[in-house]
Design a protein around this ligand. Structure first.
Ligand code: HAM
Length: 436
């Protein structure tokens, strides 16, 4: 029996790492454009950090155990409680609003399915200390840009937005009792994937009368503000709870993201701490699970750290995004691990080759050469396999003239150039590709 990775855990071979690296770098770049600073926390936390406020769903998925000191601990299933703890601990010394991001690896014992694993990397962007709608717009805009930066547009992704305050008020106004709310949430959460009669049966099983069910279906199907406003009399006071979300929509339209947005009061979110705007990003074809989700959690810092600070943010996983990029042909295909391959014709050329390697690596080029004597043809095959842009062939004849052979493997050209000019020539050809 060969040992294997655990189910839901990934091995990252270099080609997989290239995609992960592209995702993480792109996220960092976009977060920086919004003025977000990077932070990190421990991967292992006290269990109670999650049992306190995250909600049943995630608590049921924890990788938790008792450590050797008898403490109840858990691998982090999400970053938000760690962030809330860290910010609350230094709340007075931090300039508000706080704009922070992190890219932790997270662990959830989930039922495995497409787009859901037991570990994933998640971009977390959170804005703390600002209750107004512009903070909401800023966070949603950043989530959209974190996907747009890969070359995806409004034909590829949709943002579905809701607001817990608005939904709670509407449910109350149509006659849903507090005890019935959790079931209505469950039905709403699954409504897109469930035949209508099944949803209706579940709602009436909870004791909801037909006219209320009709109004609930109207609420969950509304995709625009005018559809929502047209749902009938008696909802005006409840609809006023939608004002912050309306303003968020307007700000996002002014930022140029109007094309991405859908109103969708069926966005429930599995985490218990959200208090206002909630949103999720999906692929527009509706084939994959959510790419990203987030919202406002104005009470969490008080609950976890005794500090009264409004907050909101989102998490975006690398798994669904990676699938979408692969589906759309946007994942990196061939990986080039080096810029320059050095080939020696004879053993006497080796010291000269090593001198060149040192010089070019110091100049920032990625350089490799054969580690044992080999025919030049074989050495050049390795250069190709590595995706090298250039090969430099050092041989006795060229050396006698103070030259080396420079092969441009992309342009398929070659010429002898003076040994002293190698560094500058290579730097000129590689240009921006050079790391220093
Ligand atoms: P979440 O909706 O649980 O939110 O996760 C956010 C995103 O992480 C999901 O949309 C999905 O892309 C990815 N994700 C979650 N679980 C898995 C999994 N098992 N496998 C692969 N990808 C997964 C949160 O975690 C919130 N703490 C986000 C947040 C930050 N809210 C405010 N600030």
């Amino acid at each position: 029996m060969q040992p294997q990775a655990l189910p839901g855990f990934r091995d990252f071979y270099p080609a997989d790492m290239a995609l992960r690296d592209r995702i993480v770098r792109t996220w960092r770049r976009v977060a920086a454009r919004y003025g977000f600073e990077e932070y990190d926390g421990p991967p292992l936390e006290p269990l109670e950090l999650y049992t306190a406020k995250s909600g049943e769903e995630i608590v049921g998925q924890l990788y938790s155990f008792v450590d050797k000191g008898g403490r109840d601990v858990s691998l982090r299933p999400e970053m938000t409680p760690t962030l809330a703890r860290m910010v609350a601990a230094r709340a007075n010394g931090l300039k508000k609003p706080i704009r922070w991001f992190s890219i932790p690896q997270l662990f959830r014992y989930e039922r495995q399915q497409r787009g859901r694993l037991r570990e994933h990397f998640q971009l977390n962007c959170d804005l703390i200390g600002e209750p107004g709608h512009l903070a909401d717009a800023e966070i949603v805009a950043l989530a959209i840009d974190a996907v747009r930066a890969f070359g995806l547009g409004s034909a590829d992704i949709r943002v579905r937005l809701s607001d817990r305050r608005l939904l709670t008020a509407l449910l109350e106004a149509v006659g849903v009792s507090p005890a019935q709310v959790p079931l209505v949430y469950q039905v709403f959460d699954k409504i897109r994937r469930t035949p209508e009669d099944v949803s209706v049966t579940r709602l009436s099983g909870a004791g909801l009368p037909g006219p209320t069910i009709d109004r609930l279906l109207g609420i969950v199907r509304a995709r625009t503000w005018s559809e929502l406003d047209g749902l009938g009399a008696g909802l005006d006071r409840a609809l006023a709870q939608g004002d912050p979300l309306r303003r968020t929509f307007e700000a996002l339209q002014a930022l140029g993201f109007g094309d991405y947005l859908d109103l969708d009061l069926g966005i429930v979110r599995g985490l218990a701490y959200y208090t206002g705007t909630v949103f999720e990003l999906f692929d527009a074809r509706g084939e994959l699970r959510a790419i990203s989700g987030g919202g406002r959690y104005d009470d969490l810092l008080r609950a976890l750290g005794g500090v009264d600070l409004p907050a909101l943010g989102f998490g975006m996983g690398d798994v669904v995004l990676g699938e979408l990029l692969r589906d759309r042909g946007l994942a990196p295909d061939s990986v080039s691990s080096i810029d320059v391959f050095l080939a020696a014709i004879t053993q006497d050329d080796l010291p000269h080759l090593l001198g060149l390697a040192r010089e070019l690596r110091d100049a920032g080029a990625r350089v490799e050469f054969a580690l044992a004597p080999q025919a030049v043809g074989k050495q050049l095959k390795l250069a190709d396999a590595r995706g090298a842009r250039l090969a430099l062939v050092v041989g006795p004849d060229d050396r006698g003239r103070g030259e080396v052979m420079l092969k441009d493997l992309r342009e398929k050209t070659q010429e002898s150039i003076p040994r002293d000019a190698v560094r500058d020539r290579v730097a000129r050809i590689l240009g921006d590709e050079l790391s220093s």
